[in-house]
Write a protein that binds this ligand. Structure first.
Ligand code: BV8
Length: 257
C-alpha cells in the first residue's frame, strides 16, 4: 500500500532538526536510487529477485563461475549507465555544498551520488562508498585496481578481463558478502556517525551489516535519527521522525535547510 502524502508536521520537525544540527551525516541505500530507475535489492522487482545474494555477490560465486558473476555485474553497469541522479541525490549534494562538513555514507555502488555532486558543484563533497563501485575494477589477486566504464565481455571465461600486472582475473571493485569493508572508509563512516547530531537514513532496509550500525553510532553519541523510507525498517522505532515517502519526493524539502 503506497503511503499518503508525508505528514507536514513530521516533515517540519525533521527539517528543523536538520537545520539546527551542528553536524549531519547521511546514510543511503538502494532506495535513494529507486526513482532513478535503479532496482533495489529486496523490493518487489529487486535485483535479488532473479538471483540470490549467495549466488552472485560472494567471493565463492566468483571463484566458481566468474563469467556468470561478470554477466550480472555488466547487466547492472549497462542498466545504471542509463540512469541519472534524481531530486533526492541532488538535494543531498546541495546540502553538502552548503554544509561541507556533512558526510554522505552510501551502501550504493551506482555512482549516482558522485554524479549529483559533480552536477551540483559539490565536487569536494565527502562521499564514503562503503560497498565500492560498479565502475571500478580490481585484480582478484594483487593490489592492482582501476576505474573502468567500458563494457566487460562476459560471453566466455576467456573473454573476461585479466590483471595487467599479474594476469589473474579482474573483478568488480565492490564488497561482497563475507568480505571485509575498506578499513579507512569504515572507520571514517563510524566516526562521522558518532560525531553527528543528526543521522538522516534514506532508502535502506537496514539489514546489511556493518552499514546498518552506523545510525546506532549517532544514537550512542547522543544524536538523533531521521528516516526517509516508504516502508518500516528495524531503525524506524529508533527515529525521532520517520517520513514514509520517496527520497526524490521529500529530500528537496527536508534538506532545504
Ligand atoms: C562482513 C555490494 C565480515 C555488492 C553489498 C553470513 C555469511 C556472511 C556474512 C554474513 C552472514 N550473516 C550476516 C553477515 C554479514 C553480512 C550481512 O550483513 N548480511 C545480511 C544480508 C544479513 N555482511 C557482510 O558480509 C559484510 N561484510 O560482514 O564482513 C568480515 C570482516 C572482516 C574481514 C572479513 C569479513 C559485507 C556486506 C556488503 C555486501 N555488499 N553490495 C553489490 O552491490 O553487488 S550489500 C547490498 O545490500 C547493497 O550494497 C545494498 O546497498 C545493501 C543494502 O541493501 P539496501 O541498500 O538497504 O537495499 P534494499 O533493497 O534492501 O532496501 C531498499 C530500501 O529502500 C527499502 O527499505 C525500501 O523500502 C526503500 N525504498 C524503496 N523505494 C524508495 C525507498 N526509500 C526511499 N525512497 C524511495 N523511492
Amino acid at each position: 500500500m503506497s503511503p499518503g502524502p508525508p505528514d507536514e508536521e513530521v516533515l517540519e520537525r525533521a527539517a528543523a532538526g536538520i537545520g539546527g544540527a551542528r553536524r549531519v551525516v547521511v546514510l543511503t541505500g538502494a532506495g535513494v536510487s529507486a526513482e532513478s530507475g535503479v532496482p533495489t535489492f529486496r523490493g518487489p522487482d529487486g535485483l535479488w529477485k532473479s538471483h540470490r545474494p549467495e549466488e552472485l555477490a560472494t567471493p565463492g560465486a566468483f571463484a566458481r563461475d566468474p563469467r556468470l558473476v561478470w554477466e550480472w555485474y555488466q547487466w547492472r553497469r549497462d542498466l545504471v549507465g542509463g540512469c541519472a541522479p534524481n531530486p533526492g541525490h541532488r538535494a543531498i549534494a546541495r546540502l553538502q555544498a552548503g554544509r561541507p562538513d556533512t558526510v554522505l555514507v552510501t551502501q550504493n555502488v551506482d555512482g549516482l551520488h558522485a554524479m549529483a555532486a559533480r552536477e551540483t558543484g559539490a565536487e569536494g563533497a565527502r562521499i564514503l562508498e562503503l560497498h565500492g563501485s560498479l565502475f571500478r575494477v580490481r585484480c582478484a589477486r594483487c593490489p592492482w585496481r582501476a576505474g573502468r566504464r567500458e563494457a566487460v565481455d562476459a560471453t566466455s571465461e576467456a573473454s573476461l578481463p585479466r590483471c595487467p600486472e599479474c594476469g589473474a582475473l579482474v573483478r568488480p571493485d565492490v564488497v561482497w558478502f563475507g568480505e571485509g569493508l575498506d578499513r579507512e572508509v569504515l572507520e571514517g563512516a563510524f566516526h562521522a556517525g558518532r560525531e553527528a547530531d543528526v543521522c538522516v537514513v534514506v532508502g535502506t532496509s537496514a539489514v546489511v551489516q556493518p552499514a546498518a550500525s552506523i545510525p546506532l553510532a549517532t544514537l550512542e553519541g547522543g544524536g538523533v535519527l531521521i528516516e526517509v523510507n516508504p516502508e518500516r525498517t528495524p531503525l524506524s522505532p529508533l527515529a525521532m521522525a520517520t517520513i514514509r515517502a520517496g527520497a526524490g519526493e521529500v529530500l528537496p524539502c527536508l534538506l532545504r535547510a
